[in-house]
Design a protein around this ligand. Structure first.
Ligand code: NAD
Length: 268
């Protein structure tokens, strides 16, 4: 509904492609004004802004590397200047730098932890400061603010060959729950989405040929690779008052079965 998030201001990190783009577009079509954060894809980000505006929505783009404290602070200042406040943060930006464990360089480790985990810490902290300053606005939402962390099924399913990535997502899971516990008395809600395999640029090689997709489907008992819309719909729900009594939870959006998948991953 175009009224579900009416009057709310949202920031989506890593929103120039994939899951972040779909979330930004769906938040906008649900009535939120949206900041499209991007790292290097300025044109793609501007196209999303233009599309949202054409559909009578409100959006603008901000370049920032979420792993850099000064850039995150500058992004929040700019958002507060333009939109006045923030109601919804979707910390989505994430990367993979895959390597066999013994060959993994410190740079590969630091890059993934820096963007996937520290980036979410920096953004959540800035959002929480503004939520606490502003408090609940009953005409806008029952909550003083909502944070949605993008995790992965690999927050709980070990992932050989991706130790840095799985570690970052495991960290997000505990960070999300601890922030939720600390901020719940202030009516701030913090939840995460832990997607299974979703077709996006991050994992293109795993689904862009029939052979690759068939191999991937071996890991998915329900035999369907996820679509970005599956995640975007969950994000809109978590951002809305429809989920007002949901806090500190991870929402596994996939058609996987944990025991099955962890066994297959070991054998893979
Ligand atoms: P994607 O590569 O399309 O999206 C990642 C986005 O993060 C890109 O837009 C990229 O530009 C941005 N980004 C990278 N470094 C950044 C930085 N330093 N600062 C700001 N933005 C930066 O892939 P995606 O699949 O849409 O991934 C989005 C999130 O979903 C990631 O956190 C990823 O771990 C998570 N995820 C994806 C899947 C999947 O199957 N696709 C599954 C589980 C979790």
């Amino acid at each position: 509904s175009p009224y579900l998030l009416k009057g709310q201001k949202a920031l989506v990190t890593g929103a120039s492609s994939g899951i972040g783009e779909a979330i930004a577009r769906n938040l906008a079509s649900s009535g939120a004004a949206v900041v499209i954060n991007y790292h290097s894809e300025a044109q793609e980000a501007q196209k999303i802004v233009d599309d949202i505006k054409t559909a009578n929505g409100e959006a603008f783009a901000i370049q920032a590397d979420v792993s850099k404290e000064d850039q995150v602070k500058a992004m929040f200042s700019k958002m507060l200047q333009e939109f006045g406040t923030i109601d919804i943060l979707v910390s989505n930006a994430g990367i993979q730098k895959d390597s066999a464990f013994i060959d993994m360089t410190l740079d590969q480790w630091n890059a993934v932890i820096g963007i996937n985990l520290t980036g979410q810490f920096l953004c959540a902290r800035e959002a929480a400061k503004e939520f606490l300053r502003r408090g609940v606005k009953p005409d806008i939402s029952c909550a003083a603010g909502k944070i949605i962390c993008m995790s992965s099924v690999h927050q709980v399913i070990p992932w050989a060959g991706h130790v840095n990535y799985a570690t970052s997502k495991g960290g997000i899971n505990m960070m999300m729950q601890s922030i939720a516990q600390e901020l719940a008395p202030h009516k701030i809600r913090v939840n995460s989405i832990a997607p299974g395999a979703i077709k996006t640029p991050i994992n293109k090689s795993a689904w862009d040929t029939p052979e690759a997709e068939a191999k991937l489907l071996q890991l998915i008992p329900a035999k369907r690779v996820g679509d970005v819309e599956d995640i975007a719909k969950a994000a809109v729900w978590l951002a809305s008052d429809d989920s007002d009594y949901v806090n500190g939870t991870y929402n596994t959006i996939c058609r996987w079965w944990y025991d099955f998948v962890s066994r297959v991953y070991r054998e893979w």
